[in-house]
Design a binder for this molecule. Structure first.
Ligand SMILES: C[S@@+](CC[C@H](N)C(=O)[O-])C[C@H]1O[C@@H](n2cnc3c(N)ncnc32)[C@H](O)[C@@H]1O
Length: 266
C-alpha cells in the first residue's frame, strides 16, 4: 500500500482511490477532471446501497475517505464508520471528522473479520477493496452477520476472467504473478460475478442485481489533464502489474463489477 500513500502525498490529497465512471464511454471529454467521474462512481454505488438519512453505514476499505465524504454530502444524522486495514491512511482520515452533519468513526480492521456488533449496520459499501481482502466468502459472511435484517451491501469488485492471459499473449500464471506483485494483496485474482453471487447466497444474502461497468470505467486511463500520471503516457513509469491491469481492462478480460445484496428479513 506504500504507493497509495505516496500518490496521496503527491496529489495533495485526492481522497478517491478508485476508477472513474462515465455513463457514455464513447463520448468522453478528455478535458474533464477524472475526479468528477470518480464522484459519479461513488454516487452509483451509494444509489445501489440505497443509503438513507440516519443510517449506520460501514465503508469497508475506506482508504483516504473519499466515499465517506460522498456519504457525508448526501446524508444527515447518519453514523458513518470507515474501516481500513491500513492504519496510515486512517491517520490522514481522522482530520475529516469534526464539524460535519454526520458522525464519523474510523476503525482499523480487516474486511474478513469486521470489528462490529452483529445486526448493527444498515448499509455496507466497499469500493475496490473486496479483491484485497483475504477471502470474499468471509467478507460476505461478515456482511450478513453485521447487517440488520433488510440491510444492504453494495460493492465494487475487480474480477479477472479465467483464460485472460490468452487475450494479452501470456499464460494465466503470468497474469496472476504480475498483478499480485503490484496489487498485493490480491489473494484470488480469477473469478466471475456468478461465483460472487453464489457465495453471497451461501452466506445468507440475496443478490439484488449487478452492473458490469468495465466499459464505463475504462476511460479512466485517458488523458484527463494529468497524462504524466496515466498509463497511456510515454513518461508513465507504471509497473508491470499496472500495465497488465490496464491491458486486461481495455481488452475486457478484467471485469469491473458493481453488485448489491440484501440480508433478507425474517
Ligand atoms: C483501491 S483502494 C480503495 C480505497 C477506497 N475504497 C476508495 O475507493 O477510495 C483499496 C483499499 O482497500 C484497503 N484494504 C486492503 N486490504 C484490506 C482488508 N483486508 N480489509 C480492509 N481493507 C483493506 C486498502 O488499504 C485500500 O485502502
Amino acid at each position: 500500500m506504500d504507493h497509495q500513500l505516496a500518490d496521496f502525498t503527491a496529489t495533495a490529497g485526492t481522497r478517491s482511490n478508485h476508477l472513474g465512471h462515465w455513463d457514455d464511454p464513447d463520448r468522453v471529454d478528455p478535458g474533464v477532471d477524472v475526479r468528477i467521474a470518480q464522484e459519479r462512481l461513488d454516487e452509483i454505488v451509494l444509489e445501489m446501497a440505497d443509503v438513507r438519512d440516519a443510517h449506520r453505514v460501514l465503508d469497508v476499505g475506506c482508504g483516504f475517505g473519499g466515499t465517506m465524504l460522498a456519504l457525508d454530502r448526501r446524508l444527515h444524522g447518519a453514523e458513518l464508520l470507515g474501516l481500513d486495514v491500513d492504519h496510515r491512511q486512517l491517520v490522514t482520515d481522522r482530520c475529516l471528522s469534526p464539524g460535519r452533519p454526520n458522525r464519523f468513526h474510523w476503525l482499523c480492521g480487516d474486511g474478513s473479520r469486521l470489528p462490529v456488533r452483529s445486526s448493527s449496520v444498515d448499509r455496507i459499501v466497499s469500493i475496490e477493496a473486496l479483491w484485497h481482502v483475504p477471502s470474499r466468502e468471509q467478507f460476505l459472511q461478515e456482511a450478513a452477520r453485521v447487517l440488520v435484517p433488510g440491510g444492504r451491501v453494495a460493492v465494487v469488485d475487480i474480477l479477472v476472467q479465467p483464460g485472460a492471459g490468452s487475450v494479452v499473449g501470456v499464460d494465466d500464471l503470468t497474469v496472476e504473478a504480475e498483478l499480485s506483485s503490484t496489487f498485493d494483496p490480491w489473494p484470488e485474482v480469477f473469478g466471475s460475478v456468478d461465483q460472487l453471487e453464489e457465495r453471497a447466497v451461501a452466506a445468507g444474502l440475496r443478490p439484488l442485481g449487478h452492473v458490469d461497468a468495465t466499459r464505463q470505467t475504462a476511460p479512466t486511463y485517458l488523458d484527463h489533464g494529468d497524462a504524466h500520471r496515466r498509463p497511456g503516457d510515454a513518461a508513465f513509469a507504471g509497473s508491470a502489474g499496472v500495465r497488465m491491469f490496464v491491458a486486461l481492462h481495455l481488452a475486457g478480460a478484467l471485469r469491473v463489477v458493481y453488485a448489491s445484496f440484501e440480508r433478507p428479513r425474517g
